[in-house]
Design a protein around this ligand. Structure first.
Ligand SMILES: *[C@@H]1O[C@H](CO)[C@@H](O)[C@H](O)[C@H]1NC(C)=O
Ligand SMILES: *[C@@H]1O[C@H](CO)[C@@H](O)[C@H](O)[C@H]1NC(C)=O
Length: 212
């Protein structure tokens, strides 16, 4: 009985540890990879409030004038990591979303430090192989609540800027508090997919989320 119970507890612990990077069949817009980042929906009106558990990513920073070019450069580095440029020399499956940390710009033509991250699949969440490229690193996002605005089509610098302004406008109208200085741009599709594309803007919640 005790042994069975201990086994069950162990099993449940493993389940919760992996639960937030899960099967994409549990996500309606995450359609191109086997595993996706899962979340709890707290509330929604014109935007959503989501809760994400702390998860591990493989990331790289790119200092660049243009977000779209920074994304291409970062994507190549991270793609090499999952194709085997890691100390175990193993291939790691692609997941979704791909997330970019986008700092606010004061001027249109200004270099920014963009951070792009691939979510590590469940089997590599605890002990991912170290990257061999010095520009690539493993990091965690904390347990967090985010305001989310979704949009279709292509994620580009200008669509991301328009949607970020739209989300911030709604948050200000609702007097919602949020973390200033940067947002995240999340993409769920490969360039090969032409229809039903899904992208998101994330802004971190500060204090209690507002959703009315
Ligand atoms: C994901 O779920 C689908 C349907 O529920 C199942 O067929 C598939 O094997 C699952 N994939 C993984 C990696 O668990
Ligand atoms: C770029 O931004 C990341 C995330 O905030 C930070 O950890 C890193 O130190 C920054 N790099 C440079 C060169 O400023």
């Amino acid at each position: 009985m005790m042994i069975a119970l201990a086994g069950l507890v162990g099993f449940l612990l493993v389940l919760t540890a992996d639960a937030r990077v899960g099967n994409s069949s549990q996500s309606e817009f995450c359609t191109e990879t086997e595993q996706c980042l899962l979340y709890d929906l707290i509330c929604e009106n014109n935007y959503e409030v989501r809760h994400y558990d702390s998860v591990k990513w493989v990331s790289t920073n790119v200092d660049h004038l243009f977000m779209d070019l920074a994304m291409m450069k970062a994507f190549r580095r991270l793609f090499n990591y999952i194709m085997g440029e890691n100390e175990a020399g193993i291939k790691i499956q692609m997941t979704a979303p791909v997330v970019m940390r986008v700092p606010d710009k004061k001027m249109l033509f200004e270099r920014s430090n963009y951070t792009v991250s691939f979510l590590l699949p469940a089997e590599h969440q605890t002990n991912p192989p170290s990257p061999t490229d010095d520009d690539v690193f493993i990091n965690d996002t904390p347990d967090m609540k985010v305001y989310v605005l979704s949009y279709g089509g292509w994620m580009m610098s200008w669509t991301d800027q328009v949607k970020t302004k739209e989300l911030i406008g709604m948050l200000d109208k609702h007097q919602a508090k949020y973390v200033q200085g940067f947002h995240y741009a999340a993409g769920y599709n490969s360039p090969m997919k032409l229809l039903n594309r899904h992208n998101e803007v994330w802004v971190l919640v500060e204090g209690d989320p507002v959703c009315k």
